[in-house]
Design a protein around this ligand. Structure first.
Ligand code: DAH
Length: 357
């Protein structure tokens, strides 16, 4: 048998295989039998007679013939599944009980989840969301917030300064990466006269080295409420409401006196340790409490710096760190795990974060 004849056969078979795509119903069935029928199908017969060919020819001819058979099979399976669905798959011996391959479809990052939940709780009690720039001037980040001009936080050791002058119309002074979200208090009050109730999520930057509890970039959420007749009672009631919604309605809270230049009086709020529930464990250093935020009554000088009459208006503010809070909530021992994007870790925490919801 000459090679020429063999390949001419293949051309004809190829055309008939191709034509399968256009056939339907009885015509399709008949052509399937004519080509692939076990007894007298053309392709079947040719495959059977391969043994009679010389080795070299058997290889090339056989490979091409097999390719056409696979193609015909796949066209037929495709047509059947399209018209008959599951029955056709079963007919072809598919095991429908076999578990599918699991695809990683992604999940919310634990910090994003924490930020969204916190913001939602405050939106639920009438707070709006405000945002501000990550590149700030010394005035917004420090001076307007009542930091004295020589405050150590302004030192190069803590603050990342940029080597560029402020934009036109901005107050003079060095540009920096904001070290907290508090400058957005100033921007908000300068733009909207009271009453103001806002929460401000965002990233902040400090000249800190990485260690288990520090990172040069982390998130904060600022809160600010300014109106007539606002007192420390409003602050406590709102933040306790927040802790009960975010952690657990029975979570104990406490306020400790503290100091911030932009609030007077100032406090820090602790919640009962979420891991040991107050009995003392390594995560809370045996105290049974975890600090979650700083807060206080807005300093009158801050209100005046924004052109707000501090005789008429009072307000309170708070600042908390969602990275820290995510660590407390999910028992994550090292902040770097929340910043490195290791999918194995994120998958494990995402699974845990979804539990019981
Ligand atoms: N800005 C403070 C910090 O980064 C946190 C803070 C404390 C914000 C008290 C406030 C506040 O609004 O009232 O450490």
């Amino acid at each position: 048998m000459s090679q020429g004849r063999g390949y001419a056969d293949l051309d004809e078979i190829a055309q008939r295989v191709e034509r399968l795509t256009t056939l339907e119903g009885k015509a399709l069935e008949a052509e399937e039998i004519a080509l692939l029928g076990r007894k007298s199908g053309l392709i079947t017969a040719k495959l059977k007679s391969l043994v009679k060919l010389p080795l070299e020819e058997r290889r090339t001819y056989g490979a091409k013939l097999n390719e056409l058979k696979v193609k015909a099979d796949s066209i037929l399976v495709h047509k059947r599944t399209a018209t008959l669905g599951v029955d056709a798959l079963l007919l072809r011996g598919a095991d429908l009980t076999m578990p599918g391959r699991r695809r990683w479809i992604g999940a919310e990052h634990p910090v994003t989840k924490v930020v969204d939940e916190i913001v939602d709780i405050f939106r639920g009690i009438g707070f709006a969301v405000a945002l501000g720039p990550e590149v700030e001037t010394e005035w917004y980040n420090f001076l307007a917030l009542n930091f004295p001009a020589d405050h150590p936080a302004m030192d190069m050791h803590d603050t990342l300064y940029l080597d560029a002058p402020p934009a036109e119309g901005e107050p003079a002074g060095r540009l920096l990466l904001r070290t907290h979200t508090s400058p957005v208090q100033i921007r908000t009050l300068m733009e909207w006269p009271p009453p103001v109730r806002v929460v401000i999520p965002g990233m902040v930057y400090r000249n800190d080295a990485f260690d288990p509890s520090h990172s040069p970039a982390f998130s904060q959420i600022e809160g600010l409420a300014v109106d007539e007749g606002i007192s420390f009672v409003d602050l406590k009631a709102t933040l306790i409401h927040f802790a009960h919604r975010f952690f657990d309605p029975a979570t104990k809270t406490r306020f400790r006196p503290s100091f911030f230049p932009f609030t007077e009086p100032s406090a820090e709020m602790d919640v009962e340790c979420q891991l040991c529930h107050g009995s003392g464990c390594p995560a809370c250093k045996g105290t049974g409490w975890m600090e979650i935020l700083g807060c206080g009554m807005v300093h009158p000088a801050v209100l005046e710096n924004c052109g707000v009459d501090s005789e008429r208006y009072t307000g309170w503010a708070f600042g908390m760190g969602p990275h820290r809070i995510a660590m407390l909530r999910y028992g994550i021992p090292d902040i770097r795990l929340l910043l490195e994007g290791d999918m194995r870790f994120l998958e494990a925490v995402a699974g845990h974060a979804g539990e019981g919801e």
